[in-house]
Design a protein around this ligand. Sequence first.
Ligand SMILES: CC(C)(COP(=O)(O)OP(=O)(O)OC[C@H]1O[C@@H](n2cnc3c(N)ncnc32)[C@H](O)[C@@H]1OP(=O)(O)O)[C@@H](O)C(=O)NCCC(=O)NCCS
Length: 385
Amino acid sequence: MKKVYVIGTGMTKFGKLEKTGRELAIEAANDAILESGINVRDIEATYVSNAFGIGEEQLHMGPIINGSLGIPEIPSLSIESACSGGSAAFNQAYIALSGGYYDAALVVGYEKLSMNRTPENTKYFAMASDYWYEGMNGVTFPGLYALMASAHMNRYGTTEEMLGSVSIKNHMNGSYNSKAHLQKAIDMDTYLKSPVVASPLKLYDACPFSDGAAAIVLVNEDFNIDRPEKIEVLASARAGSMATLQDREELTGIPGARIATEKALKVSGLELKDITFVEVHDCFTIAEIMALEDIGFFPRGEGGRASLDGLTQFDGKLPVNSSGGLKAKGHPISATGIAQIVEIHDQMLYKVDSHRQVSDPHIGLTHNVGATGGSVSINIFKRSR
Ligand SMILES: CC(C)(COP(=O)(O)OP(=O)(O)OC[C@H]1O[C@@H](n2cnc3c(N)ncnc32)[C@H](O)[C@@H]1OP(=O)(O)O)[C@@H](O)C(=O)NCCC(=O)NCCS
C-alpha cells in the first residue's frame, strides 16, 4: 500500500447560512485546493458526500463541483452514508490512492438543511434509521439516542451531570472556533435547566441542524510534494452494526465502533496509548461517552466519570473534540466526517485558536458514526517531518 497524505483542507462556517449547498461545497473545495498548492488539473477524481440534496432539488453534485473547478472530464463518485457520509467518501478516496489507482483526489462533504423547520428535518433524518421498524413508528434520532442514554444511565450509573460535562466542554471549545455553529460557552445550571428534547436528553445534549461544507485534498507518495511537515493517513477503517437497536445485544455502546477501531489499530501498528487527541461523533452527549468507551480509551461505564473529571478537555489527559464537536461546531451531516479531519489537520499544524490548541497534536483519531452506528469510520493520522 502507498502512503497517503492530507495536503489541503477547506471548511466553510457551519450554522444557519444564506448560501446554497452548491455554493458551500464549491467554496470548501476551492479552499482545500488553494491550501494544497497543487494544480487543480492534477486531481484525478472527486468523492462527494451529501445526504439531503433532495431538499434543494439537487442531487449528483460531483459533476457540478468538477465543472466549477474547470475539471469536468474527471470522474466523481456521489456517496451517502447517513451522518458518516464524509468519512465514507474519505475512505473511498484513501482506498484508491493507497492502492495506486489515482495519485491525487478531492473529497467534499456538504449539507444544506436550514430551509426546513426542525420537525421536517427530524422526520427526514429518521429515514436513515431502519425506517420500517423505527422511523415509521415515530422514533426519531433524539429518541433513539435517548434509549441508549437511558440504558447507559441504568447500567452504569451515568448521571445528568456527566452528560452535562460533555456539553459544557464542547461548547467551551466551540466558543473559540470561529467556524462553529454555536459559539457560546454554557455552565452546568444552563445545561440542567434546558428543555427536554427526548428524555433524558435535553437541548444541550443535542447537536443542532447545521448547513456547511468541508473538503480535503489527498495525495499518495507517488505525487511529488515537498513540504516540511506532512499529515499522513495511518489507517482508514470502516465497520457496521445491526441497523435496528432492537436487534442489538446491548444499547450501551456501538459494536461497529469497536470493530473499526480494532481494524484501524491493526493496520496502523499503533496502540491506543499512542493516540494523543481525538474528534468523536457527539451527535448527542451520550454518543461521546459511548465513543470513548467503544474505542477503549476508558473502561465500560467510566466514560462519563472521565468527562466529569476533566480528562477530555483540550488540556486534559486525552483532548476530545477540541473543535467543539458536533454539539457546538455543528453537524452538517455529510460534512461532519471531513470536518473532523480538518480539525486534526489544523491542530497538527498549530493553526487553531490557542484557547483550544492541544499540547501534543502528534497522532490524531477520528470517529464518525452513521445513524445509530449502522456505519462507523475510524481514521488515524500522524504528523511526520
Ligand atoms: C435540539 C433541537 C430539537 C432544537 O430545535 P429547535 O427548538 O427547533 O431550535 P431552533 O432551530 O428553532 O433554534 C432555536 C434556538 O435554539 C438554538 N439551538 C438549536 N439547536 C440547538 C442545540 N442543539 N443546542 C443548543 N442550542 C440550540 C438555536 O441557535 C436558536 O438560538 P437563538 O434563538 O439564540 O438563535 C434540534 O436542534 C434537534 O433536533 N437536534 C438534533 C439533530 C439531530 O437529530 N441530528 C442527527 C443526529 S444522529
